[in-house]
Design a protein. Structure first.
Lengths: 139, 139
DNA sequence: TGAAAACTACCCACTTTTACCCACATCTAA
DNA sequence: TTAGATGTGGGTAAAAGTGGGTAGTTTTCA
């Protein structure tokens, strides 16, 4: 269960720390790729493979742009002994990652945000509609 | 059944006592996250997982902001031998927790308030509309 | 093709934060 | 009154986060 928000900064060597609490769930190496709302997503390898398989099972020519979106940008990363990962420049560009980075847990995957973009996103959230959505769960 | 109000203060190390009477219901470790009206909520792990599953079952990209609201702020806490929990700074900020804290029981979950905010909330309650809501239960 | 530059993967060192332990005062119930 | 539970404070070791050195590899460009 990936939960919580963690703020890090990319160091001069381009390394980005990855939350220690996530490492067990994410495994030794995991997949990072583009995601919606201009952030990146990190999936445990198994989850990513499962999603990929589902997508491909719909047909290799179906959802071509979805395949391209997800797979062309994807990269497998393996944290170093200190738990840091190195993201390809392309991916950093996609999410506008330069210095301040926020990593958030989202149950079965993590999202990697430019901290400023994340803060703006949070501030723009409408609590009333969130309350409605929670009620709609019928929990 | 979580009931009652308990006042504690956060110690210099950031630790917050959690009501002994709640511990059995909450289990060995439980989930604390943001909630509405600028307080925090504590759910037993099972309850939280159930809610999370409901939310995720609607689709991993559906309700993205609701997921982020709940999961990015969430943290699993495990009381120490004395029954205290350590809340991440972000969560403390969300609820304006600095020193005086009030924890209240709410049947299947607990709420964590800045004591002053809680008192104000109580004073601002409109007994007439509460009476109406109770009547509307047709109990 | 070959040398310089850039990149990467390992190291190690240091600071900060967290987890774990023990002590003790206060409260509660038999 | 006393034993056990509860709440508060603090010490210390381990974990997490950050910075940097260096050697080996790849890339770049003349």
């Amino acid at each position: 269960m990936l939960l919580g928000q963690y703020d890090y900064s990319i160091d001069p060597k381009g390394r980005l720390n990855f939350p220690a609490k996530f490492r067990e769930d994410m495994g030794d190496s995991f997949i990072v790729t583009r995601w919606l709302d201009d952030c990146l997503v990190a999936f445990p390898k198994e989850e990513f493979q499962q999603m990929a398989q589902l997508l491909m099972s719909k047909g290799i020519t179906k959802n071509r742009d979805v395949q391209r979106f997800l797979f062309a940008a994807a990269t497998e990363v393996e944290p170093d002994k200190q738990g840091r990962i190195l993201l390809p420049a392309k991916l950093r560009e996609h999410a506008g990652l330069d210095k301040e980075v926020t990593i958030i847990g989202n149950m079965n995957h993590a999202e990697i945000w430019n901290t400023q973009a994340w803060n703006q996103r949070q501030e723009a959230m409408d609590t009333e509609s969130i309350a409605q959505a929670i009620d709609a769960l019928d929990f």
